[in-house]
Design a protein around this ligand. Structure first.
Ligand SMILES: Cc1cc2nc3c(=O)[nH]c(=O)nc-3n(C[C@H](O)[C@H](O)[C@H](O)COP(=O)(O)O)c2cc1C
Length: 181
């Protein structure tokens, strides 16, 4: 049961990547990170060269994963373009890798809402792909630069939320698809 993590922040010191690490640790099984350093979506590129290899690989990783955690920073009250670009590319891949996939969205942001607005934007953007999106617990780490020490979440409240989220994702993954293929 592989948990695939996709982090919308590309920077080395990303707090969202640290949060992804917390979800990975709580998952307690195999994990992998999807690489969303993809070209900007361009239908001409696809027509001329086919699906970029990174897109095909990401779509395969999503299809093969037992569950996916989307980890989003909040940029200007919405999700980052990195994630939307990846979602749009994957929508052009064959098959329906997201269909019935257990998916959780979490965020870490400097603001007091912890990226909650980015989560809602991302939730809406996921709707066409019909995953099984967890509705809670909402893990939105506010004032995130103060919430990690030594790379780990310090607050018991957030740690408990992450543990519950990972447990619910595992339960969804164990349940299997709503309808057989
Ligand atoms: C372009 C940009 C826009 C941002 N907009 C918001 C915002 O709307 N709300 C917020 O809480 N933080 C905002 N921030 C601050 C981020 O929450 C903060 O930089 C965070 O650490 C980014 O996530 P990362 O550490 O995973 O890279 C913004 C940062 C950038 C670079």
């Amino acid at each position: 049961m592989v948990l695939l993590g996709i982090c919308g922040s590309l920077r080395k010191g990303s707090l969202n990547r640290l949060l992804m690490g917390e979800v990975f640790a709580a998952w307690g099984g195999d994990v992998a990170e999807g690489d969303i350093r993809l070209p900007l979506l361009d239908e001409d590129l696809k027509a001329e060269q086919g699906l970029p290899p990174g897109v095909a690989r990401l779509a395969e990783q999503i299809a093969a994963a037992a569950a996916v955690v989307l980890v989003t920073p909040e940029y200007n009250q919405s999700m980052p373009g990195t994630i939307k670009n990846a979602l749009d590319w994957v929508s052009l891949a064959p098959g329906k890798p997201w269909l019935d996939k257990p998916v959780a969205i979490v965020s870490a942001a400097d603001g007091r809402a912890g990226g909650a607005r980015a989560q809602y934007a991302l939730r809406l953007a996921m709707t066409p792909f019909r995953p099984r999106l967890l509705t809670g617990p909402e893990v939105a780490v506010a004032h995130a630069s103060k919430e990690f020490e030594g790379g780990r979440l310090v607050s018991d409240r957030y740690r408990a939320q992450v543990a519950e989220l990972a447990g619910r994702l595992r339960a969804e993954a164990a349940r299997g698809p709503a309808l057989p293929d």
